[in-house]
Design a protein around this ligand. Structure first.
Ligand code: URA
Length: 210
């Protein structure tokens, strides 16, 4: 449906997401499931990692074996809900570097305003994976990617849990070169810009703030 979108339709991802969507699922289980799904999303999003051969010694003999050819990726969390995906990605990619972007929506202009931006110094030598569970209007995700393009990383991919068509289209319109990975593409946004059927406010459900 969207040429920039990969839906990770692995049965384990889908079954875990179903539990997350249910309104009675409490923060500890919600956090755990997001962490588990994020491991599986990290597996998919790193599928094109370049390898090179290195000489190693096993207990039996020497061999040429594959090792990563480039620096570890940098995972960039869009605060605060992005941290829920970040934790799972770091389980699979423990040597990845981490960046954080904080954005809020200006109540008058509705534009995304940056309040926090911290990346590894050598991010221009790394592939970046931007994470935020809900790709809704796409305003903050598009703004985050625009900001990251300024620091010139090797590449950028965007990973979310649930995407709305409006958000995927916004990303495609602004950044057609950025691949988007999601566990589900939902129906639409409601009048409050929540994803339908979605799972509610991901940050609140992760951290029990409502
Ligand atoms: N952010 C959320 O947490 N949930 C939505 O449905 C949309 C944006």
């Amino acid at each position: 449906m969207f040429k920039n979108l990969t839906v990770v339709d692995h049965p384990l991802v889908q079954a875990k997401l179903t539990i997350m969507r249910q309104k009675d699922t409490k923060p500890p289980e919600f956090r755990r499931l997001l962490r588990e799904i994020s491991v599986l999303l990290a597996y998919e999003v790193t599928r094109d990692t370049k390898l090179t051969m290195a000489r190693i010694e096993t207990p039996i003999t020497f061999m040429d074996a594959p090792v990563p050819a480039e620096k570890d990726p940098c995972i960039v969390s869009i605060l605060r809900a992005g941290n829920g995906i970040l934790d799972g990605m770091l389980d699979l990619l423990p040597t990845a570097r981490v960046g954080h972007i904080g954005l809020y929506r200006d109540p008058i202009s509705l534009a995304a305003v940056e309040y926090y931006f911290k990346l590894p110094q050598d991010v221009s030598e790394r592939h970046v994976i931007v994470v935020d569970p809900m790709l809704a209007t796409g305003n903050s995700s598009v703004a985050a990617v625009s900001r990251l393009l300024e620091v010139n990383p090797l590449s950028i991919k965007f990973v979310c849990l649930v995407a709305a068509p409006e958000g995927v289209k916004a990303m495609l319109d602004s950044h057609p070169q950025i691949p988007v990975f999601a566990a589900a593409l939902d129906s639409h946004l409601n009048d409050h810009s929540y994803i339908v059927p979605g799972l509610g406010d991901a940050g609140d459900r992760l951290y029990g703030t409502r």
